[in-house]
Design a protein around this ligand. Structure first.
Ligand code: SF4
Length: 343
């Protein structure tokens, strides 16, 4: 369903590009460490950063943090609408609440009125583990959708519409089902994520399936990959998911490489890594292939704009699936770069 656009500072969520979010894991009241991590996240490509606000010291710290960063900051609030108010006063661009623990409808309404006056967006972050008793007998995806929509209607009664919705689950199937239901049911932008996704490898697999499936269906307006790891890795993974789903909004060189087999003549993995590194500064939308043999290399890399098919000492360079020249293996990298820049 077409979505509303919700402004979160300088980032618009909904009906445009899919924005990348992450979350700090410093203590928010450690102002220097939090600023440093937000700036690292921003340099890595993160467009929105969320900070936990577990206490008043953290809410107060947000003011100084916001002065020293360039990305919009989101306050993550549980249990206390007072901390949400304090975070709004500190200048955050969005507040994330879990409606199941914010303290009831009256507090949610009070918060909505407060945020509306200040043009601060609100994310309703429904969590399968803290649903109202009224929804608990339903299938989990339906219960999460209904719980989110119930709070949407509370906010709409306050004429508050700057709403983003998330309904994360650690179960990928439940997460996908819930977002599909939400997408059909409402016009608010959706923040996608698999929660408690786990350690690096498992977390990326789960997030790629969950977030990626939805993005490929055209569902989702902003994403967060959750990993028990350095949040910079979340941003890198989010970028890769967007690229794989054709949702990345900047030109880049995609490196494809063959899986290698008994015909492989060159160190495909090492060369592909070097080509990837070499292409980092090239803002052209190109597909570059690193293939291990000349027997199948050119044929198997259909769709690549150019690439190399490895031979024992010399390798074939090809452009648009056509052989163009043979180079000594020591010259593969500079030759590929030349053809990439010329393309
Ligand atoms: S391109 Fe060549 S080396 Fe690579 S997997 Fe295919 S046949 Fe094997």
């Amino acid at each position: 369903m077409a979505k509303r656009t919700v402004a979160v500072g300088k980032v618009n969520i909904g009906n445009s590009t899919v924005s990348i979010q992450s979350m700090t894991n410093t203590k928010t009241d450690d102002i220097d460490a939090t600023i440093a991590q937000i700036n690292r996240l921003s340099e890595a490509g993160c467009q929105l950063v969320r900070c936990s606000v577990p206490d008043e010291k953290s809410a107060i710290a947000l003011k100084e943090i916001i002065k020293n960063v360039t990305v919009p900051i989101i306050a993550d609030i549980h249990f206390s609408h007072k901390l949400a108010i304090m975070s709004a006063d500190a200048g955050v661009s969005k507040i994330r609440i879990n409606p199941g623990n914010i303290g009831g409808v009256d507090k949610a309404k009070y918060l909505a009125d407060y945020l509306k006056e200040r043009k601060i967006a609100l994310r309703i972050g429904v969590n399968g583990g803290s649903l109202d008793a009224a929804h608990k007998s339903k299938p989990l995806a339906v219960a999460m959708r209904d719980s989110a929509l119930e709070y949407v209607s509370v906010l709409e009664k306050c004429n508050f519409y700057d709403i983003v919705i998330s309904a994360k689950s650690s179960n990928v199937k439940v997460m996908i089902d819930t977002y599909r239901l939400l997408d059909k049911a409402c016009e608010y932008p959706l923040h996608l994520g698999v929660t408690e996704a786990g350690l690096y490898h498992t977390g990326i697999v789960k997030s790629s399936i969950g977030i990626g499936s939805l993005l490929c269906d055209g569902i989702g307006d902003t994403i967060r990959v959750s990993l028990s790891d350095d949040p910079i890795k979340e941003v890198e993974a989010a970028k890769d998911i967007l690229k794989a789903c054709d949702k990345y909004d900047k030109p880049y060189c995609e490196i494809i490489s063959c899986p290698t087999c008994a015909r492989t003549n060159i160190e495909v993995k090492a060369l592909a890594e070097q080509v990837e590194e070499m292409c980092k500064d090239i803002d052209k939308q190109l597909k570059v292939a690193v293939m291990g043999c000349v027997v199948n290399g050119i044929g198997e890399s259909q769709g690549a704009n150019l690439g190399v098919a490895g031979g024992k000492d010399k390798s074939a360079i090809f452009v648009d699936s056509k052989y163009v020249e043979t180079v000594d293996n020591s010259l593969i990298l500079p030759t590929l770069r030349k053809y990439i820049l010329e393309y």
